[in-house]
Design a protein around this ligand. Structure first.
Ligand SMILES: NC(=O)c1ccc[n+]([C@@H]2O[C@H](COP(=O)([O-])OP(=O)(O)OC[C@H]3O[C@@H](n4cnc5c(N)ncnc54)[C@H](O)[C@@H]3O)[C@@H](O)[C@H]2O)c1
Length: 417
């Protein structure tokens, strides 16, 4: 099938390369000329494992073309442009509207951008095309693999014809195809992100309680995760969650529900807890070190998650900025996010060449992104480079016993002496 994909960001680029992998002929369109030029040259402007090789091979085979505007009539189009947060917490659909005003659109246009059910209906009323909703559940860092091996494909459609077209687009993927209304598809996406974000804020609150009542969060997590009704995923307490989606989507759900006449009691506090969590993490460092002004702290991890260079809404960046404001000298290291961090932090921090150099003469180490490289480090080699003895774990991912065996002192969120 000949398919246009609008927006060559994380979602659109993965969608376009993935559709080429499924043997479709794809036209990827983005209004950002510099981005299009880089992509035409086979260069992915962000770090995503596996994507660049696949991009190069489909450009070479002619299955994927990348352009700044659409100049032909495809059989189907996907809209993958940004839907950022407006000042009041609602979802800005201006970029989606601008795509829907483009020339050469096919009869069926599928929205992959995250937007609330009410906004979908607004677009539907204004558009000359039939619209469908196919929300995206990819995780940055495993995005291409997530496209090829999804848990499920959610198809929000109005007509049996649209269902048939979308089922045939994804025919080669084995995942269950869940067909529903566009409103339900949109709400499924918001519900998934809100559920995951709520779990993280709840576990962070329990960890905060563990600190004040003298419980050990590692033990509590083991006790909780052993219950099959609860499970072990998303139970790691830390400095909060981030990324371009969770914070804005959780807020957009509450805002959109309010505009439709339902005031949620539970959703907004998910964000409020999260916004305080990096500050609590920094306060813990301050308390343990007896003040931080003039101290030297090594920071491992700046991206919001491992395997990505994305620092949007990153709790690590939040903690870094709070520490800087308190007069700390920071030596930072991230395997992929250094360039993005440099654009925000400039010369305010020292950019270390590797994990060990970051620790040279440090009074403490704060690990804030759960990269495998940090988990697998040889702790005695870290200990000899540091001046002080504290390791603060902002993602509950380090092996506490290994840290302590090297003579360092482990401090996690919810883990006291
Ligand atoms: N990033 C994620 O992990 C993720 C996961 C699931 C869903 N989403 C949702 O998917 C959507 C896209 O997210 P993203 O992270 O890929 O965004 P992004 O900001 O990385 O990319 C959006 C791209 O769209 C382009 N664009 C804007 N207007 C355009 C137009 N009129 N025509 C063509 N291109 C245009 C921009 O230049 C940009 O390159 C958002 O709604 C987001 O909430 C994102």
């Amino acid at each position: 099938m000949q398919i246009a994909v609008f927006g060559a960001g994380y979602v659109g680029l993965v969608q376009a390369v993935g559709l080429a992998e499924l043997d479709h002929e794809v036209f990827l369109v983005d209004i950002d000329e510099a981005k299009v030029e880089a992509l035409q040259g086979g260069s992915v402007p962000f770090y995503e494992p596996g994507l660049e090789d696949a991009l190069k091979s489909y450009i070479a085979s002619g299955a994927l073309r990348i352009e700044t505007s659409l100049d032909r009539n495809p059989e189907l189009a996907f809209v993958c442009v940004q839907t950022p947060q407006l000042g009041d917490g609602s979802c800005n659909i201006a970029a989606v509207k601008s795509v829907l005003a483009s020339a050469h659109l096919p009869e069926l246009v599928v929205i992959k951008s995250t937007l609330p059910p009410t906004e979908f209906r607004v677009l539907e009323v204004e558009s000359n095309c039939e619209l469908a909703m196919n929300p995206e559940f990819l995780r940055e860092g495993t995005a291409f693999d997530d496209f090829l091996n999804p848990d499920r494909i959610v198809l929000g459609v109005r007509t049996p014809e649209a269902e048939q077209v979308l089922c045939s687009v994804y025919e080669k993927l084995e995942a269950p195809k869940l067909v529903m209304s566009p409103e339900s598809a949109s709400l499924t996406k918001y519900a998934a992100n809100t559920m995951l974000a709520s779990r993280l804020s709840l576990i962070n609150e329990i960890a905060n309680i563990a600190e004040v009542v003298g419980a050990d969060m590692d033990a509590v997590r083991e006790g909780l995760g052993s219950d099959p009704r609860i499970g072990r995923q998303f139970l790691r307490s830390g400095a909060g969650f981030g990324g371009s989606c969770f914070p804005k989507d959780v807020l957009a759900l509450a805002t959109s529900a309010h505009a439709s006449g339902y005031d949620s009691k539970l959703i907004r506090p998910v964000i409020e807890v999260n916004e305080e969590q990096a500050g609590r993490f920094v306060a813990k460092i301050e308390q343990e070190l007896g003040g931080v002004n003039g101290k030297r702290i090594a920071v491992w991890g700046l991206a919001f998650n491992k395997n990505t260079d994305d620092i949007r809404e990153s709790p690590a960046m939040r903690a870094v900025k709070l520490l800087l404001a308190k007069g700390v000298f920071l030596s930072v290291y991230d395997p992929e996010a250094m360039q993005n961090a440099r654009a925000e932090l400039g010369s305010d921090v020292h950019y270390a060449a590797d994990v060990l150099e970051a620790c040279d003469d440090a009074d403490a180490l704060a690990a804030l992104t759960e990269w495998d490289e940090f988990k697998e480090v040889e702790w005695p080699r870290v200990a000899v480079r540091m001046k002080g003895g504290f390791v603060f774990d902002g993602k509950s991912f380090l092996d506490r016993a290994s840290v302590e065996r090297s003579g360092l002192k482990y401090a996690g969120v919810g883990v006291c002496d």
